[in-house]
Ligand binder design. Structure first.
Ligand code: NDP
Ligand code: MG
Ligand code: MG
Length: 340
């Protein structure tokens, strides 16, 4: 099995004389900044004026412009939305990225797809919690952590790996386990997972199941419960005990139906389409399309988001969730998790 690093394997002293600039104070940014500070790391936050700026200030941080924070720091962690990182990097970070500093990311997209090309004389690493930012913060406060990946892209100081591990420990991931990867592996598997399985695959599976029942004359409310609401309960069982753990808890009838019908729905044809999706990620075709879509101010993204919000599943679901106030408690995490 691949090596998993825990707190005891990691020397946080490599951060003791360093300042970390957290650029961005959104889902990941607020969690990294607060957790690192409580782990004893010297943190400055870099932002433009606005909502996040006010929040970080209220949380007691030394908040500067992105350029000033980059100038003040030894380690610059970019936690802006991926699609805006390149412009901010070129204008405000690159000029302050002097020899021997470290540039860090929580997702490899911009480095791997050549949007950000770091100078040759800085360390470049990845420290990516495998969970939404609000969970990264909440688990840290509870004394636990979210697992993380780390990767070293460039090591000029000879310390890049130790710094990456110490950073991940400071965020709390050393309590849960830290695995080594590469920028390429993290970027391609992250994109594939969210497209084929976690977000794209699951959303289409849920919609197709819902539509099949409604078109056959069943009540949309019943279809919603069967195809969407119960999914969380099943996924929780998979999370705790894998497929076997899930199958242990469901009825034998459900388990038999799983065996005979699952492979009729997700077929060899589906897997061939997954391979196409992976190929588009590996060749850069997906990245190119997403970057172009952003340059054009997201016409297709906007149209699809509107169309999806009008789907009967969403209309019925909104009404039903109003009747289940207990669901709202987890809304913050669900919303931010969907971003990555
Ligand atoms: P968010 O969208 O939650 O946060 C964005 C932050 O960037 C906000 O504080 C926003 O401030 C600030 N910002 C946006 N544009 C600018 C700008 N031009 N100048 C200065 N600040 C700006 O981002 P995420 O936390 O979701 O993502 C950050 C990174 O973490 C990405 O690389 C992502 O892939 C990665 N990641 C995210 C995960 C998640 O849970 N969401 C999980 C793992 C990795 P303002 O209020 O001013 O708009
Ligand atoms: Mg059932
Ligand atoms: Mg992602």
């Amino acid at each position: 099995m691949t090596k998993v690093y825990y707190n005891g394997d990691i020397n946080e002293a490599v951060l003791s004389n360093k300042t970390v600039a957290i650029i961005g104070y959104g889902s990941q940014g607020h969690a990294h900044a607060l957790n690192l500070r409580e782990s004893g790391v010297d943190v400055v936050v870099g932002l433009r004026p606005g909502k996040s700026f006010d929040q970080a200030t209220a949380d007691g941080f030394d908040v500067k412009t992105v350029r000033e924070a980059s100038a003040a720091a030894d380690i610059i962690m970019i936690l802006l939305p991926d699609e805006y990182q390149t412009a901010v990097y070129k204008a405000e970070i690159e000029p302050e990225l002097t020899a021997g500093k470290a540039l860090a990311f929580a997702h490899g997209f911009n480095v791997h797809f050549n949007q950000i090309v770091p100078p040759a004389d800085v360390d470049v690493f990845l420290a990516a919690p495998k969970g939404p930012g609000h969970l990264v913060r909440r688990t840290y406060e509870q004394g636990a952590g979210v697992p993380a990946l780390f990767a070293v892209y460039q090591d000029v100081t000879g310390q890049a790996k130790d710094i990456a591990l110490a950073y991940a420990k400071g965020v709390g991931a050393g309590r849960a386990g830290i695995l080594e990867t590469t920028f390429r592996e993290e970027t391609e598997t992250d994109l594939f997972g969210e497209q084929a399985v976690l977000c794209g695959g699951t959303a289409e599976l849920v919609k197709a199941g819902f539509e099949t029942l409604v078109e056959a004359g069943y009540q949309p409310e019943i279809a919603y419960f069967e195809c969407l609401h119960e999914l969380k309960l099943i996924v929780d069982l998979m999370y705790e005990g894998g497929l076997a753990g899930m199958r242990y808890s469901i009825s034998d009838t459900a388990q038999w139906g799983d065996y005979v019908s699952g492979p009729r729905v997700i077929t060899a044809e589906t897997k061939a389409r997954m391979k196409d999706v992976l190929t588009d990620i590996q060749t850069g075709k997906f990245a190119k399309g997403w970057l172009q879509e952003n340059q054009l101010n997201r016409p297709e993204f906007t149209a699809i988001t509107r169309r999806e919000s009008e789907h009967q599943l969403e209309v019925v679901g909104k009404e039903l969730r109003e009747l289940m106030p207990f669901i709202k408690q987890g809304k913050k995490e669900v919303g931010s998790g969907a971003k990555n």
